[in-house]
Design a protein around this ligand. Structure first.
Ligand code: 13P
Length: 254
């Protein structure tokens, strides 16, 4: 049984005060959602204040990005070890905004994934097709190639610590959510790739999240799909009530 992971990607939102307040509001009610694993991924500058606001509550701390090198002259970057040193346990890698706004390639994502795993930080590796790729009937091919490229050389032992997030680019921040059938088709194909590359047992244990306009009113249907094991939430994760309502929807499906 895969415990659903409900992850909030705050992106470049909040400020010092509102980040801590949002984390506190989520932490205060986290005990109600024991059937799901909750995770918040604030901007890196607020990671420590969010960690402190969470306190002992069952809410994980994740970063939105990192660099693959361990240290050195890489102005503006943060390393996996820096993240683990402040008790972050997850890092989002290869988000479509990193890929499309900042030009990250599958090779970059792969290097970061290897570095995160080496530092015992769990990567949430994102894949997703553009609208024109979907319309051209290329979704499966694009997702397979991102899977192959971003997760190249990852051993079965390491893959057990990886979370995959399917985020169709056309559904991110647009209010256009993938239908449960569209999402499930891609998730099932990702699971099949895990079976083909590793084995059925490992494939069954890896969580595959859906992201792209997940809201309280569409979460239950998405999360009830056989191969959707949680959500990576942008806009709706900025309101504690909405984020927790999505967690509630996931608890209802397990
Ligand atoms: P929205 O939920 O705002 O569409 O963002 C999804 C996303 O990109 C999460 O990583």
């Amino acid at each position: 049984m895969r415990t659903p992971l409900i992850a909030g990607n705050w992106k470049m939102n909040t400020d010092s005060e509102s980040a801590a307040a949002l984390a506190s509001a989520i932490a205060a009610r986290a005990g109600e959602f024991s059937a799901a694993e909750l995770l918040v991924c604030p901007p890196s500058i607020f990671l420590t204040s969010v960690r402190d606001a969470i306190g002992g509550a069952a809410v994980g701390l994740g970063a939105q990005n990192m660099y693959h090198e361990p240290k050195g002259a890489f102005t503006g970057e943060i390393s996996a070890a820096m993240l683990t040193s402040i008790n972050a346990t997850y890092v989002i890698l290869g988000h479509s905004e990193r890929r499309h706004v900042f030009g990250e390639t599958d090779e970059d994502v792969n290097k970061k994934t290897v570095a995160a795993l080496g530092a015992e930080l769990k990567p949430i590796v994102c894949v997703g097709e553009l609208l024109e790729e979907r319309e051209a009937g290329r979704t499966a091919e694009v997702i397979r190639s991102q899977f192959e490229g971003s997760l190249a050389g990852i051993s079965a032992g390491d893959m057990a610590d990886v979370v995959i997030a399917y985020e169709p680019v056309w559904a991110i921040g647009t209010g256009k959510v993938a239908t449960p059938e569209q999402a499930e088709e891609v998730h099932a194909d990702l699971r099949k790739q895990l079976v083909d590359r590793y084995n059925a047992e490992l494939a069954e244990s890896v969580r595959i999240l859906y992201g792209g306009s997940v809201k309280p009113d569409n979460a239950a249907e998405l999360l009830s799909q056989a191969n959707i094991d949680g959500a990576l939430i942008g806009g709706a994760s900025l309101k504690a009530d909405d984020f927790l309502a999505i967690a509630q929807a996931s608890s209802a499906t397990v």
